[in-house]
Design a binder for this molecule. Structure first.
Ligand code: 1CP
Length: 350
């Protein structure tokens, strides 16, 4: 093929998912689900028994690539998300991280900011297995399906580092007021580590990136601006300064009406909406960004006619603009697989 053919290649040979992120309105939106890998799939639970623990699973490219691909074999999703976890960065910065069976993540004592700042460069090296996973998945995935890399957003990752576990985040939110300099310094280290980690993922083959800000709720406007919007903008700028033009989705879950300020300030191309986002707020955002969301995972689990009606409603209310069909949070572990397949079929016709 002549080079001119490549240059003239029509934009619609791009994966549907990337076209939507480039702010195109399509005949049907692309679809993927947060937490689509693992959890609800029996083949995942089977694979999981082979790993010593969850963290080792994430650092094993063969197993992690398999877990990434499992939902792609079952469902007509337009994008895969690399199998990893937002808590790998704290581990790579020298904080102990482990998972208590049946309970969730646990983190050891928070290292000093200085010691973590010293380990930023090494942290990316310690996460190189995730790059290897990305290479394997990209080689195995059909070209019309995109591969998403991700990281936890600094504030959300900081909440786990400060609290030592999943929690109501009262200590972390108190720190935002009582020790703002300390929290800002921790977030600055995380911004730096995250830029390098995401750049490594892009180099390995990630075609889009998502920042999971799972705990953007309950923050006053000025604090939200300081610890959510600004660090996201710093990550976007850090990547752009490295010459990386990969589209980025920010998902500030629980931001409520502040999602509009977020979309205006973070510099992201896509904004993930949670289950509470109104049709109107989504339509306003679509003028400047691609929106993603926002089916309730509980409704996905419940199924039935109410699920079909809500899928149709989402397609109707947002399908006329740049839109990626997704959940408003992750797939719940005991969600019937038939419900996932049913929604994917309703959206894609496949
Ligand atoms: O034993 C197991 O199988 C562990 C379950 C599990 C899985 C499959 C955890 C533990 N993490 C993951 C993978 C994971 N985590 C992915 C992979 C790709 C996919 O989406 O399919 C992703 C994107 C994440 C991101 C993640 N981890 C978030 C952000 C999204 C969200 O759900 O809000 C968060 C908050 C975590 C922390 C975490 N990891 C695991 C658990 C149980 C938790 C939540 C802890 C809590 O309740 O606070």
């Amino acid at each position: 093929m002549a080079l001119s053919d490549t240059l003239d290649a029509p934009a619609d040979t791009q994966p549907r998912f990337l076209r939507a992120l480039a702010h195109e309105t399509l005949d049907r939106p692309p679809i993927w689900f947060m937490r689509q890998a693992g959890r609800s799939l029996p083949e995942y639970r089977q694979l999981r028994t082979r790993a010593q623990d969850f963290i080792s699973f994430c650092h094993d490219p063969e197993m992690a690539a398999e877990a990434t691909l499992q939902p792609m074999r079952r469902f007509p999703f337009d994008a895969a998300i690399v199998f990893a976890d937002i808590l790998l960065i704290p581990g790579a910065l020298g904080q102990r991280v482990w998972f208590e069976a049946g309970e969730g993540p646990r983190l050891g004592e928070l290292p000093s900011i200085e010691s973590m700042a010293d380990q930023v460069e090494a942290s990316t090296e310690r996460l190189s297995a995730i790059g290897e996973t990305i290479k394997r998945v990209r080689a195995a995935l059909e070209p019309e399906r995109a591969l998403i890399g991700f990281a936890g957003a600094p504030w959300t990752v900081a909440t786990y580092m400060i609290e030592g576990r999943g929690s109501d985040r009262v200590r972390a939110r108190t720190m935002a007021f009582a020790e703002p300099e300390k929290l800002d310094a921790l977030i600055a280290v995380l911004v730096d580590a995250t830029v390098r980690y995401l750049a490594m993922q892009v180099k390995a083959g990630a075609q889009a990136l998502q920042l999971f800000e799972s705990w953007a709720e309950l923050l006053p406007e000025d604090v939200f601006e300081r610890i959510v919007t600004r660090p996201h903008a710093a990550i976007v700028k850090g990547l752009r300064d490295l010459g990386i033009e990969t589209p980025i989705i920010g998902f500030p879950r629980g931001a409520g009406s502040l999602v509009e300020e977020y979309a205006a300030g973070a510099g992201v191309q896509g904004v993930g909406l949670d289950v509470q986002a109104s049709a109107a707020i989504g339509r306003r955002l679509q003028k400047s960004v691609t929106i993603q969301g926002a089916l309730d995972p509980l409704l996905l689990r419940a199924g039935g006619e109410a699920l079909d009606r809500r899928v149709d409603q989402l397609l109707e209310q947002w399908g006329g603009g740049p839109y990626i069909f997704n959940l408003g949070h992750g797939v719940i572990p005991d969600t019937p697989i038939e419900h996932i397949a049913r929604v994917a079929h309703r959206v894609t016709g496949r």
